[in-house]
Ligand binder design. Structure first.
Ligand code: P6P
Length: 329
């Protein structure tokens, strides 16, 4: 029997019909983004958009295009009460008169977009929360500020040699591959698990002088390899696209670190809690890995802002536990 498509998979899963509709619309958005990225220079959509986002980052044309595609998918699903994006300062109010759905979705429409112009893998990350029972007829930012442990679904698409959709609904992590001949995401791996040990780490080494001492100690040991207390050599990878680095870790293990760095103490790290750290942490934990700030479990954090940043250390559980233990010594 052939592998199920995403549509068939969701119909068989214990998933509410509104959530099925939302996820199918998100998958359509990912197919559209994949097609746009695939055209690259041919479509005249590379390069800068000539604007900055709230992060103070220069927006690529594809950041804006991808954001609009995901926004439309959310609204068209009929399942959404509100949307929030890395590319938008505030939450996105539904058009007047639109009936409020049951879900809130936060997303990074094109993670790693600085890699677009050099043709390196990028991705879309999304996090889905239930609309709070206390929500009024007009959704507010406060309705979104729920701990990552409240997510009902999280996923990402990675636009690489193939386009993949990786999804958790709280019962493990499954991977779908886009079959362009039939235009469907097809289940290609069920129950992805992260090895508890690894020989590979991912961090931007150019920030070394800004790290706190526990991270410096841990990375020094990995670089020293056999000559250190670790007694084995390690390998390093850094794609500078969180989706690509996390997918590698889901596939073969590893540890990903974007730790607190003193480069800009006000930022507490680079990655955003609500639409990068939380969804990736949900996925990683569902695959048997771990995810902390170095000091506490990311999914336990009570958010204070839509775009707040957190230090992120995630991946193979024994490695995350070790570097977290260094923070507590
Ligand atoms: P740096 C991409 O901009 C991103 O948000 C993540 O996808 C990635 O892991 C990180 O930033 C890369 O940061 O400082 O190495 O460019």
């Amino acid at each position: 029997m052939s592998a199920p498509t995403l549509n068939q998979y969701l119909a068989q899963a214990q998933v509410s019909v509104p959530l099925q509709h939302l996820l199918l619309q998100v998958s359509v958005a990912c197919k559209s983004i994949s097609a746009a990225i695939g055209k690259g220079a041919l479509a005249g959509i590379l390069g800068q958009a000539g604007s900055d986002n709230i992060q103070g980052e220069e927006q690529k044309k594809l950041d804006v295009i991808s954001n609009d595609i995901v926004l439309a998918a959310g609204v068209n699903s009929g399942s959404i009460a509100g949307l929030a994006s890395e590319e938008m300062d505030d939450i996105f109010p539904l058009p007047d008169g639109t009936p409020l759905g049951d879900y809130l979705m936060l997303f990074d429409p094109l993670d790693g977009s600085s890699n677009i112009d050099v043709n390196v893998s990028v991705g879309t990350i999304f996090s889905i929360l239930k609309k709070p029972l206390t929500a009024q007829s007009v959704i507010t930012t406060a309705d979104f500020l729920q701990a990552g442990s409240q997510q009902v679904c999280a996923g990402y698409a990675v636009y690489g040699p193939s386009t993949l959709l990786v999804l958790t609904l709280g019962n493990g992590v499954d991977c779908f591959t886009l079959d362009r001949e039939i235009g469907e995401f097809v289940l290609t791996q069920r129950g992805m698990t992260i090895p508890t040990d690894t020989k590979e780490f991912a961090i931007n080494m150019s920030n070394m002088r800004f790290w706190e001492s526990p991270v410096r100690r841990y990375v020094d040991e990995m670089v020293a390899g056999k000559t250190s207390v670790r007694g084995k050599d390690f390998n390093m990878r850094w794609v500078a696209s969180m989706v690509a680095d996390v997918h590698r870790i889901l596939t073969r293990g590893g540890i990903f670190m974007y730790p607190y760095d003193l480069k800009d103490p006000s930022k507490a790290g680079k990655l955003r809690l609500m639409y990068e750290a939380n969804p990736m942490s949900f996925i990683v934990e569902q695959a048997g890995g771990a995810s902390t700030t170095g000091r506490e479990r990311i999914l336990d954090l009570q958010p204070t802002g839509l775009h707040q940043r957190v230090p992120v250390i995630l991946g193979s559980k024994n490695e995350v536990d070790l570097v977290t233990s260094y923070h507590h010594e």
